[in-house]
Design a protein around this ligand. Structure first.
Ligand SMILES: CC(C)(COP(=O)(O)OP(=O)(O)OC[C@H]1O[C@@H](n2cnc3c(N)ncnc32)[C@H](O)[C@@H]1OP(=O)(O)O)[C@@H](O)C(=O)NCCC(=O)NCCS
Length: 169
């Protein structure tokens, strides 16, 4: 784990540029979201989205949203290369999903490239399972796995990652 790691909730008024810069340095151009979409996400998903700082340096981010009926959606997560394999991706996932648990979700979904072994390994470790294959989901034609965290694995995640107790439904 990194010393001095701090996860700060996104502030759409001030953090847009930081998120854009992180996105541009983490993802290939073909994988990046448009400025308009990032802007929309920052304004609509603020409560569940975080930037990771080591000291004053932004090193990663996560954007998640609650959609529809009690569904959390991890839309984007990334850590800059030099800071990977130090627990930051894991910390971002825990923080964001736990904040959505406080917001009342009872399951989480995400999409991931079928070739993205690092991310798939991280998600499996947290309890996500492959629910479906989304054919040609990405612009370049690659398929995605639709992964889901639900039921017993969701409860275990809460026990392992979140300090709060889930409210009875
Ligand atoms: C996926 C990503 C966010 C993981 O961030 P990270 O900070 O390196 O992850 P962590 O250090 O918290 O890793 C947690 C666990 O995930 C798994 N993992 C992470 N990177 C891995 C890799 N390169 N190979 C295999 N397993 C990996 C391991 O189980 C790891 O635990 P361990 O280090 O104790 O073995 C990071 O690799 C990344 O930013 N990739 C590019 C952007 C991306 O693909 N985002 C996901 C889009 S869906």
């Amino acid at each position: 784990m990194v010393n001095e790691l701090e996860l700060r909730m996104c502030d759409p008024q001030n953090d847009m540029e930081t998120i854009l810069n992180l996105e541009r340095s983490i993802f290939r151009p073909s994988e990046q979201y448009t400025l308009g979409f990032i802007n929309w996400l920052c304004n609509h998903c603020t409560r569940y989205s975080y930037i990771a700082y080591v000291g004053k340096v932004p090193v990663g981010y996560i954007i998640s949203c609650i959609e529809g009926f009690r569904r959390g959606h991890v839309v984007s997560v990334g850590v800059i290369r030099e800071y990977r394999r130090r627990g930051i991706g894991n910390a971002l996932m825990c923080k964001s999903i736990c904040s959505m648990v406080e917001g009342g979700i009872d399951h989480v979904i995400l999409e991931v490239r079928v070739s993205n072994t690092p991310a798939i390994t991280l998600y499996r470790k947290l309890g996500f399972e492959v629910r479906d294959i989304l054919r040609s989901y990405y612009n370049d034609g690659e398929d995605a796995y639709l992964m889901i965290l639900e039921n017993r694995k969701f409860e275990e995640f809460i026990q392992n990652c979140c300090s709060i107790t889930k409210q009875p439904s």
